[in-house]
Design a protein around this ligand. Structure first.
Ligand SMILES: [Zn+2]
Length: 342
């Protein structure tokens, strides 16, 4: 064999080999090809290499270089093809790029929390501060200081959850008003949001625990005019209500007392299912703080007067979102709560 024959045989082998490598479809096929071309025992390039000694001594150097170039080219082609095949297979296993993106799960505020925050914001603009207090409360703060007569039915075991002795779960956030007046001298303007507890059945319209928000303003010379003006301003901002009305009511801790209604925003006063055909929605109870309450809290009732109100953010959320069952507010069902994400 001449050196020209040898080198052209090597080049042909390299060309055929590379074409075969590039056409291979799997790692197994590629490995078989590698053995056939470069295998140490019977690889085709190895066979050619064994013929090197039969060439004239001065041609061996050139022939050896041709062998080495072919070997390098084949090895590079094998490596490239192996990477390409592994890349395709790997891509399928790791990620399907046609899949829709996974949504980022975001937490959100509960509809009752949103109502509380909105109410607080409106009163904060009017100079009110948020005050909080304990949920496990002494009987005196919950009833005694608030002018409840000792035989008032609310104090019955059937209505109030007593813990031990004279400790109970507060039935309203009014004890926060008492504690605030004991701590800070007037003038005082606070809103007190928080959970309260009553011994109620858990049905469509009752829950043994619910949110309440109360407000209190104590100052020299403050009157029912301030109460009305402030609460009407609140109703306009919160409900967008054009009409409000006050109806006489009774609470032990206020005198006089009044319930405030806003015109039904759904039917605009003509009557619908949401307002039980009255055209009005009851939203809060209010009144002038009873002088006996001021005295119990250590406030001079000759010098100071004040007014207070209380409302249920849960009920407001139900009216606002047309929620038919109060239990939905406590179920923590993501499908329900997601509707209020904003
Ligand atoms: Zn209505």
């Amino acid at each position: 064999m001449t050196v020209q024959d040898f080198t052209s045989a090597v080049l042909r082998l390299a060309d055929e080999g590379i074409a075969g490598v590039e056409a291979s479809r799997s790692a197994e096929e590629l490995e078989a090809l590698r053995t056939a071309l470069l295998g140490r025992k019977s690889g085709r390039l190895t066979e050619l290499m064994r013929q090197l000694p039969s060439l004239p001594p001065d041609a061996r150097r050139e022939a050896g270089a041709a062998i080495n170039r072919a070997k390098t080219a084949l090895e590079q082609a094998l490596e490239a093809r192996r990477a390409a095949l592994a890349g395709n297979g790997g891509k399928q296993a790791a990620a399907d790029l046609t899949m829709p993106a996974r949504r980022t799960w975001q937490g959100a505020k509960h509809p009752v929390t949103l109502v509380i925050e909105e109410i607080v914001d409106i009163f904060r603009d009017l100079g009110f501060t948020v005050a909080t207090g304990p949920e496990a409360e002494l009987e005196w703060y919950n009833f005694g200081a608030l002018n409840f007569p000792p035989d008032h039915p609310a104090m019955d075991m059937h209505d109030t959850l007593y813990l031990e002795g004279d400790v109970l779960l507060r039935t309203h956030t009014s004890p926060v008003q008492v504690r605030t007046l004991q701590t800070y001298p007037p003038p005082v303007r606070i809103v007190a949001p928080g959970n309260v507890y009553r011994r109620d059945f858990f049905d469509a319209s009752h829950a043994p625990m619910f949110a309440q928000i109360e407000g209190l303003a104590i100052d020299e010379g403050t009157s029912f005019v301030d109460l009305k003006a402030t609460l009407i301003h609140f109703a306009r901002r919160f409900f967008g209500a054009s009409k409000t009305r006050f109806r006489p009511s009774f609470f032990p801790f206020t005198e006089p007392s009044a319930e405030m209604d806003v015109e039904c925003g759904i039917c605009e006063g003509s009557g619908c299912a949401a307002c039980k055909n009255t055209g009005w929605m009851e939203i809060l109870g209010s009144g002038m703080v009873h002088p006996a309450v001021l005295e119990a809290c250590g406030v001079d009732s000759e010098r100071y007067s004040g007014w207070a109100f209380g409302m249920g953010p849960g009920r407001i959320a139900m009216v606002r979102h047309d929620i038919p069952d109060i239990r939905l507010l406590y179920d923590s069902d993501i499908r329900f709560l997601e509707q209020f994400v904003r």
